[in-house]
Design a protein. Structure first.
Length: 63
């Protein structure tokens, strides 16, 4: 049994869920790419840099 979801699938599901709650003039042009960009803009890079996974990625990238 699988207990994981791909990020793009999650974004699509979240977009599908919130679309009915948007104003009509926004609803027609709102899509998963806009939602993904909005969520990414909310991420605190300093907080992520403290997480082990991202520390390892930064080390591998030579930063």
């Amino acid at each position: 049994m699988r207990y994981q979801i791909h990020g793009h699938d999650f974004i699509e599901l979240l977009c599908w869920f919130i679309r009915p709650y948007l104003r009509k003039e926004i609803r027609t042009s709102y899509n998963s790419e806009i939602l993904a960009g909005s969520l990414l803009a909310c991420v605190d890079a300093d907080y992520l840099a403290q997480e082990t996974l991202f520390q390892k990625l930064l080390t591998r990238m030579g930063n």
